[in-house]
Design a protein around this ligand. Structure first.
Ligand SMILES: O=c1ccn([C@@H]2O[C@H](COP(=O)(O)OP(=O)(O)O[C@H]3O[C@H](CO)[C@@H](O)[C@H](O)[C@H]3O)[C@@H](O)[C@H]2O)c(=O)[nH]1
Ligand SMILES: [Mn+2]
Length: 712
């Protein structure tokens, strides 16, 4: 493969058209091919030393059952409309019901939406948990998100006792569900509900999502001996937190929320191990905590590990993974590959942290965590006093003149706060672990419209590019703590945004040249042709093989190729432009939260794997323009070959690769043509997109001949 690429480079180097005949097209192709080659080399790093891990939980409980440490669990939510409270509490309930001593668990919900609806849902969940947790533990049920669990009917053979309790708990769940939904439907919380908890008094007329005091309520207090379930066994601690928000203070999105949680939890339970999940990702494996502890408490290596990351597995992926939401190959190849070099990335959810490393402490040789020291601290403060003390830690002022967000906690100012935080931890000398058990540890929901996916990738690519330019850039800043293989692995994602330029070049320029009958690749009869064909075929065959091996379907692989082109030409381009704007001070950071709900029609089309466009987003204009341009160019090329006047003879032999490239892009873009010309549903491409993209194509085709000449 590498040899093939070298021959391509050599060919470009040696065949530059004579100057004066606009060789820029040629240099552009050369540049793109150099970049792709370099990028290919980077992407090989994760294939060198893959590591697969498994755990022995019986040994953990055999040795440490009575010394198991406390675990604090952080759940983040940001908006009650696109992250429905019912979804949030299902996640909360799934982590409250771990197969782990409940008195050692503290669950903290951070509500950046500052919503009384979410608070009410959590209050209802705290009541339901008294039935749910004992039920789960008694019958060892999986998964422990009640919504996910009750979505399948009771399967025989079930004992009478089980069937009876199953029915009773399900009934209770349904009651809770309708209670949580009632105020959402009516748009207000009734006086009756407000009377149930003094916490509601915090929501007076002045409270808005962006401007309010800290609201902190300990709904279940793990220190209280009366905090028990229906069987009289202790319940976990459960805390609701809406940190203070003021328009004059930046709130730093999820990173800010995580840091507030870190401080607040340190005052309440201060567990040495922290699990972080997004509200859209429930725990699917009740043994996940024990699994993680097998790594942290390992006598030989455990003290080196800062975090244990699970893959972001999704439940709502269609059979053929239409938007390539499930990052199949990354989960199966890249993360284990990074693990081989001392540590996968922290990817924001489904991750167990050591509090110490997350709080910015460095690793030093000989360091050992003293687990026995960290068993619960009982303080004799009353709940109100404790709440008051903890509250102060979630105020805006708590971070003034401090290292929070810089050296301590989750880092600020980067759109992938998770990745840059993991990287800083590794730069402090810690290692990390990637763990993908046979029964997925966590299951989440991914975006189900093309636009959402592209916006998510814009945020990611932008954040990754910020890392390249940051003080912990794996590409440019070396401190000896991170192995070269891992630096290369990070760079694969860090450079996402920059792939946009060569990708755009490759999908536009050869097509334009074809339209004008100008060759940019070697002719079929030339030996250099073989090098191109070899590199293309070998690369795609390898990609296909890896996809299939990782569990993707054939169609899924094809969808991945399409999404790769879409992402590179839109999301990554926007990510790149946005980063440049930000650097020059024209734009500020933002975090567009992904919607977790959609209307029925959208859901229906998603289930049938019909691509969802449905808006006049500028990203779609680019996608449509590229699709149309390639269609027009193919026709233009055919016309040039078949009907050119004899004095302007165009040889098909010269254009074979361009025909193939255009043909490939046309096949990949079939869903785009459908959405432009044939579909009439709400998810098709609106006329405005068609119009704008046509203007682009007409312009390109008319300017094209001025830029490229046949004599190239
Ligand atoms: O101001 C904010 C914005 C977001 N969130 C939460 O952050 C999480 C992730 O947001 P989501 O819209 O679901 O983004 P995704 O693209 O799905 O998230 C991935 O990428 C993010 C970084 O871009 C990481 O923070 C996430 O953990 C990772 O799952 C959700 O729980 C949100 O509630 C906040 O708490 N506060
Ligand atoms: Mn998410």
């Amino acid at each position: 493969m590498f040899l093939g690429m070298c021959s391509i480079w050599f060919y470009r180097w040696n065949h530059v058209p004579e100057t004066g005949k606009r060789p820029w097209v040629w240099y552009g192709m050369f540049g793109a091919e150099l970049f792709f080659g370099f990028y290919w080399v980077l992407s090989q790093s994760v294939r060198w030393r893959p590591l697969r891990r498994s755990t022995f939980k019986e040994r953990l409980s055999h040795r440490y059952e009575n010394k198991l440490p406390n675990v604090d669990i952080f759940v983040c939510t940001a908006d009650p409309t696109i992250e429905p409270p019912l979804l949030v509490v299902n996640t909360v309930l799934s982590v409250m019901a771990y197969d782990y001593p409940s008195e050692k668990i503290g669950v903290y919900l951070s509500d950046d939406g500052g919503s009384a609806l979410t608070f009410y849902a959590l209050l209802e969940a705290s009541r339901f948990s008294k039935h749910w947790i004992p039920f789960c533990k008694k019958f060892n049920v999986e998964p422990r998100s009640p919504a996910a669990y009750f979505s399948t009917p009771l399967r025989p053979p079930a004992s009478d006792l089980f069937a009876e309790e199953w029915q009773a708990v399900k009934k209770r769940y349904q009651v809770m569900e309708s209670r949580i939904e009632a105020p959402i439907k009516s748009g207000m919380i009734s006086e009756e509900i407000k009377a149930e908890h003094e916490g509601f008094s915090e929501w007076d007329a002045k409270v808005t999502a962006r401007n309010h005091q800290t609201i902190l309520k300990i709904l279940l207090d793990g220190r209280d001996p009366e905090n028990t379930d229906v069987d009289g066994r202790p319940l976990p601690t459960l805390v609701y937190l809406a940190r203070e928000k003021r328009p004059q203070y930046p709130h730093h999105f999820k990173a800010g929320a995580m840091n507030a949680l870190l401080r607040v939890s340190s005052a309440i339970s201060n567990a040495p191990i922290i699990l972080n999940v997004d509200c859209d990702m429930y725990s699917n494996n009740s043994e996940a905590v024990r699994d993680a502890l097998c790594f942290f408490m390992d006598e030989e290596k455990g003290h080196e590990f800062a975090y244990v990351q699970h893959p972001q597995s999704l439940i709502n992926v269609t059979k053929n993974n239409i938007y390539h939401n499930r990052l199949t190959v990354i989960d199966a190849k890249d993360h284990p590959g990074a693990d081989g070099f001392g540590g996968p990335m922290y990817i924001g959810t489904g991750c167990f942290h050591r509090r110490r490393s997350l709080c910015g402490r460095e690793y030093w040789k000989g360091y050992k965590e003293d687990w026995s020291k960290n068993t619960a601290k009982k303080s004799d403060e009353s709940v109100t006093e404790l709440e008051k003390r903890a509250k102060g830690l979630a105020n805006c002022a708590a971070e003034e003149n401090s290292h929070w967000g810089k050296k301590v906690g989750v880092r600020y100012g980067c759109a992938v706060e998770d990745v840059i935080t993991g990287l800083s931890i590794q730069r402090n000398g810690w290692k990390s672990v990637y763990f993908n058990p046979p029964r997925s540890g966590f299951l989440g929901i991914g975006p189900i419209t093309l636009e959402q996916v592209l916006i998510q990738h814009k945020r990611w690519s932008e954040g990754h590019l910020q890392i390249v330019l940051s003080d912990c850039s794996p590409l440019f800043r070396w401190n000896g703590k991170i192995k070269i293989g891992l630096r290369m692995a990070y760079s694969i994602y860090n450079l996402w945004a920059t792939t946009s330029i060569p990708a755009l070049y490759y999908v536009i320029v050869p097509a334009l040249c074809l339209y004008n009958g100008t060759p940019v690749f070697p002719k079929m009869s030339s030996p250099w042709f073989v090098a191109f064909v070899y590199v293309i075929v070998a690369n795609h065959m390898n990609g296909l093989f890896e996809s299939l091996w990782s569990g993707e379907t054939l169609q899924g692989w094809w969808n991945m190729l399409r999404m790769m082109i879409f992402k590179r030409t839109t999301s990554y381009l926007f990510g790149l432009v946005n980063t440049i704007l930000k650097l020059s001070g024209f734009s500020k950071s933002s975090f567009v939260v992904t919607a977790k709900v959609a209307d029925e029609e959208v859901n229906g089309r998603y289930d049938r794997e019909i691509m969802e466009f449905g808006s006049a987003s500028p990203m779609f204009v680019i996608i449509a323009a590229i699709a149309l341009l390639n269609l027009v160019s193919l026709c233009g090329g055919l016309k040039a070959v078949l009907f050119a006047p004899s004095n302007e003879f165009v040889d098909f032999d010269d254009l074979v690769l361009q025909f193939l490239l255009c043909g490939f892009l046309i096949l990949i873009n079939v869903p785009v043509y459908e959405a432009l010309f044939f579909r009439r549903d709400e998810g098709s491409l609106p006329a405005a997109v068609m119009l704008r993209s046509l203007v682009f194509v007409v312009l390109a085709c008319s300017i094209g001949p001025l830029l490229v000449t046949k004599s190239l």
